[in-house]
Design a protein around this ligand. Structure first.
Ligand code: CP
Ligand code: NVA
Length: 318
């Protein structure tokens, strides 16, 4: 795990397949430790800055509890509280925080911001969601898929995930990368307007091929989920684009995850995943959300374990 020390996670493109597998497996390990009642204090004397431009329930709570329960200190700094891009440029904020904290989490709009933080802070920076990517979410998702199969990260190769809905958002893009790198077949079902660009489809297909798996995009939701071990969806309008929801709703309705769509997987063991928060009745029915196939709260809990794994590995403590 030495290779992960001092590294930032801005997108899963930054990490090799082996590094992603290491983090997923370490997430499973720290979860098991906690399940056994162990309370290691590996972060005693360490601190993290949590910068938030956008709202969060899970990501903020995961970073705060992961850090706190290991004896470390987390400082929540929202744009209401700190000079972030106003009155002080991001490079200076990065250099100041890097002198005080051992690592930094950023959630916000621009990927260029989190990149600038990482370029100037001199400590590991974690992308807790931008308009483009949500990589820590996908570590938890891969961990949840591995748990549901009773496997480790290596055992994910050959499985299949389908994502239906807004196919060009931060979660879909990050899943496509994470699944591709771990050999998980990934299919996006989305209306043409909400599919990744042709260039992006080509590069994600090449990444999947390089890792012995497939990446497909279709405007047919049933075709997307056919053969899937997991069906994933996310909100139809992400943070910052809420005003687009009304316009998108009519074209996204056929992509709602219903019991019938779950049946179209062809498997009674297929699981349902959602990063949350969910808008039940839009992207998923209440019935599927509450069904025994739903692993959404395992996913939410796994944010903490996988984030703890990321912090421990990048601070060189595991
Ligand atoms: N899934 C996720 O990132 O949730 P929050 O927006 O609550 O952090
Ligand atoms: N795509 C969603 C994910 C929320 C966790 C958003 O960006 O709002």
């Amino acid at each position: 795990m030495a290779a992960l020390k001092d590294r930032s996670l801005l997108t899963l493109l930054d990490f090799t397949s082996d590094e992603i597998r290491t983090l997923v497996d370490l997430g499973l390990t720290v979860k098991a430790e906690r399940g056994r009642g162990e309370r290691p204090r590996r972060l005693e004397g360490y601190s993290i800055a949590l910068l938030f431009e956008k709202r969060s329930t899970r990501t903020r709570s995961a970073f705060e509890t992961a850090f706190g329960e290991e004896g470390g200190h987390a400082s929540f700094l929202s744009t209401q509280d700190v000079h972030l891009g106003t009155k002080e440029d991001i490079q200076d904020t990065a250099r100041v925080l890097g002198r005080m904290f051992d690592c930094i989490q950023f959630r916000g709009f621009k990927q260029s911001y989190v990149k600038a933080l990482a370029d100037h802070a001199g400590v590991p920076v974690y992308n807790g969601l931008t308009d483009d990517y949500h990589p820590t979410q996908v570590l938890a998702d891969l961990m949840t898929l591995a748990e549901s199969r009773g496997s480790d990260a290596r055992g994910l190769a050959g499985s299949r995930m389908a994502y239906v809905g807004d196919g060009r958002n931060n979660v879909a893009r990050s899943l496509a990368i994470g699944c591709g790198k771990l050999g998980v077949g990934f299919a996006i079902g989305a209306p043409e307007r909400l599919q990744p660009s042709a260039d992006e489809i080509a590069s994600l297909a090449a990444l999947a091929e390089e890792h012995g798996t497939t990446f497909a995009v279709t405007d047919d939701p049933e075709k997307a989920v056919d053969g899937a071990d997991a069906v994933y969806t996310d909100v139809w309008a992400s943070m910052g684009e809420e005003e687009l929801l009304a316009d998108r709703k009519p074209i996204l309705e056929p992509f709602r995850v219903t019991s019938a769509l779950m049946k179209s997987t062809g498997s009674s063991n297929a699981i349902f995943l959602h990063c949350l928060p969910a808008q039940k009745g839009n992207e998923v029915t209440e019935e599927v959300f509450e069904s025994s196939a739903s692993r959404v709260f395992d996913q939410a809990e796994n944010r903490k374990h996988s984030i703890k794994a990321l912090i421990l590995a990048t601070l060189g403590l595991q």
